[in-house]
Unconditional design. Sequence first.
Length: 373
Amino acid sequence: MKYWFSDWLIYGLSYLPNRLIGWAIRRALRNRLEFEWQRRRAHPEWDREFIQMMDEGPIAPHADVANAQHYEVPSAFYQHVLGPRLKYSSALWKSEQAEIFDAKALISELAEAEEDMLRLVCERSLLAADMHILDLGCGWGSFSLYVLEHYPTITVTALSNSRSQKVFIEERARNAGFSDRLKVVTADIGAFQTEERFDKIISIEMFEHMRNHRKLLAKIAMWLKDDRAARLFIHVFVHRSYNYLFDEADRRSWMSRYFFTHGMMPRLRSFEVFSDVMEIEESWVINGRHYAKTAAAWLARHERYKHEILKEFKAQQLVDPSSRDVMRRDINMRPPKVQWWYWKVFFMACRELFAYREGMEWFVAHYRLRKPT
């Protein structure tokens, strides 16, 4: 009973002004930075030992938790919140300095911003006609479907750990006439094996959910063709200096408990240490304000379609009431109004994180990697 009381107590905080919630989030971010600085001051070998810890762990610990928190959420929720491509990752905006509190403008520009980032990923990953692509952690299919639409001779294998995403992507592909060039596989990336070989492998905001990057990169290297043009492209959010985990044991971290359990924040230079497995050919930084605007657009749509979202949350619980007992920290089985508010704060937290210090503290990084020469 205490869990549900806590839920409604937290929901009561939703009556606080948004500016006060934003201030509390920014204060938590300052505390995180201070903690990470102090940790390295007290223990100078922390970053080296962090990589060693990653190398000794599994590729994807507790993938079922990430699924429950994000990827088995009803697709209708994301159709209300995300843009038309259902791109659940940073978009690319015409002006990174545009107002992030202009809800009307954000909603109207989100579709174009999604398209622009997808186009940029295609350009930087060096996609070309007749290639065979592996889309790792494909989400709701935004990249796979974009590629199939714009490159009529490319074939795509899309990997997701979510049954509902597979069904959704396959239906969209059928409706668009792409089914003959798309294969959607449901599997845990840690256990996934394939005899196929690919010209390009694309990962968009998947590595943040992984732990043993070295072992994963070694698997990816095996899946790439032995071809001078074969490349891995990674789109990942990073901190400019610090690696750290989102540990469920950290009761101070709301994000760790409810939205990003067992996830990690890579630092900008993380992938440099894996050059024995895959070496960076080129890298880019995208200012965090692009992601801040993306999260702000999701927040604006979340508030605009509140009534419809509450109906979806309620319907989901009526369809599968047994899932209420899966795990208490799964906010998707909370009362609908509590669910809605938790997601609101999640979008606010993402907005504040990537807007922090003018988008130069946390941001998006792109890497194009190849097998070692």
